[in-house]
Design a protein around this ligand. Structure first.
Ligand SMILES: *Cc1c(COP(=O)(O)O)cnc(C)c1O
Length: 454
């Protein structure tokens, strides 16, 4: 037991329910608002976009929701996912800290995203939907949804942010292999795309723009709905299977975490790992510090404002209260990793406001340095996103070396980086530079964010 490397669970130990943190919070998160009237929206307002099964989860007050059998059967191909003790990294850092990582890169698409993609495809198929549209940035979400749609016989149409469409051709091929259709965004296929192209024919695209396109394509067709890979509460819900498994795995080796660190783009892998631990913390059973780590070049939690904003660039989605850099945010092209969305999940933003979690922003060269050190010690080549969490874990492990504290650190290694080698190449050849998103840009973007009374 004392020299284990990998903590596994039996198939029968996969949690059978997702955990909904909302009923356990001291205050509910602020409601989404109608973009025109600024009144709280109801389930019917979301019906053109999502199936009722998912809408009801979005607003659910139940603490636990059963994972449907057909979803569980797909999960079982790669779940339970392993929890590793990073002994080789600990040794290289000469730290008394214990570093654990929950590895989600073993899924077919190579990240945690299939945990929700499979669930979303299932509920849509159940309600007779025949096609899903979506956006993808780095390509992880588009791949996950393409895979999930293939499982349940759905068509899948993906708008991929232009800059990554050009930089990551193999993600496109992967999506097409699973049967999806992929467009570079902004495209000429939607009014939203044409509007952006008219302003900037060479637009590198952004997640906000691609969301506008995918949403427009879904609302125009009865049997088509839209799927989002992060940000929304039902997405975070589906990811809690990660944290529930990690709780069981740490208990098996008799450990409780002192620090949880997770990278945050829209917040889903972070929430998936941390919400079950926050439940235990709120119940007084453990007391870990829980920290979000975001890129210094897209710092929605640490520099964005907490206010109502659109989820997309054109302004077609409901207004949601979240930490935002402004819906017209376009990431700087020097930013190599994922995590490039202008907003943070409203639920993660709310929990941050309640003081349940903290946040820090780290520059990309430090993140890639941690990613390379991780690859050379533990062997797994991490996706650029979780290198943010690894950099934070390395910082903490170094602090522990100074203080002699034997802290238990837990992180989600939410995906592998086999499709992100261009970014690694840039780092290894010294071409990657840091970029702190300027406060002035946030202030300027806030001028375009709608003013909501109250
Ligand atoms: C999509 C993705 C992210 C960012 O999304 P979150 O919702 O914040 O998890 C992070 N890591 C990987 C590997 C991803 O695919």
């Amino acid at each position: 037991m004392s020299d284990y490397i990998k903590v596994t669970l039996d198939e029968s130990e996969i949690p059978t329910q997702w955990y909904n943190i909302i009923p356990d919070l001291s205050e509910p998160p602020p409601p989404p608002l109608h973009p025109g009237t600024h009144q709280p929206i109801g389930p019917d307002d979301l019906a053109p976009l999502f199936p009722m099964g998912l809408i009801l989860q979005e607003v659910s007050q139940d603490s636990y929701i059963d994972i449907p059998g057909p979803v569980m059967d797909v999960y079982k191909r790669w779940r339970p996912s392993p929890l590793y003790r990073a002994r080789a990294l600990e040794k290289a850092l000469d730290t008394p800290a214990k570093i654990f990582y929950k590895y989600e890169g073993g899924s077919p698409a190579g990240s945690h995203k299939p945990n929700t993609a499979v669930a979303q495809a299932y509920y849509n198929a159940q309600e007779g939907v025949t096609k899903l549209t979506t956006e993808t940035g780095a390509g992880q979400w588009g791949s996950a949804l393409a895979f999930a749609c293939a499982q349940f016989g759905l068509e899948c149409e993906v708008w991929q942010v232009a800059i990554s469409f050009d930089q990551k051709p193999y993600r496109k091929t992967m999506m097409e292999t699973w049967g999806a259709t992929v467009h570079s965004s902004p495209s000429n296929l939607t009014e939203a795309g044409r509007k952006i192209l008219a302003m900037d024919p060479n637009s590198p695209g952004s997640l906000g723009i691609a969301i506008s396109e995918a949403v427009e394509a879904a609302v125009g067709d009865e049997s088509t709905k839209y799927a989002l890979g992060s940000v929304l509460s039902h997405v975070l819900l589906h990811q809690t299977v990660i944290g529930e498994e990690a709780l069981l795995q740490l208990a098996k080796v008799g450990e409780t975490p002192d620090l949880l660190v997770g990278c945050t783009g829209g917040g889903s892998n972070f929430a998936g790992l941390s919400f079950p631990f926050l439940r235990e913390k709120m119940a007084g059973k453990m007391n870990p510090t829980v920290r979000c780590v975001e890129p210094a070049s897209c710092p929605s939690l640490t520099k964005g404002e907490f206010r109502y904003d659109f989820g997309d660039t054109i302004g077609m989605t409901p207004l949601v209260k979240m930490h935002t850099l402004g819906h017209d945010f376009v990431p700087d092209p020097i930013h190599a990793g994922g995590l490039r969305y202008h907003g943070m999940s409203p639920l993660v933003s709310h929990i941050y406001e309640l003081g349940l979690v903290e946040a820090e922003a780290i520059n990309q060269t430090e993140c890639f340095a941690a990613g390379v050190q991780f690859a050379r010690t533990e062997g797994i080549l991490p996706a650029p996103e979780p290198t943010h969490a690894l950099a934070a874990a390395v910082r903490e492990a170094k602090r522990c070396k100074e203080t002699g504290e034997e802290k238990v650190i837990l992180t989600a290694l939410c995906g592998h980086g086999h499709f992100d080698l261009t970014a690694y190449e840039a780092y290894l050849s010294g071409r990657l530079v840091d970029y702190d998103y300027p406060d002035e840009k946030v202030a300027a973007a806030m001028k375009n964010v709608p003013v909501v009374a109250g």
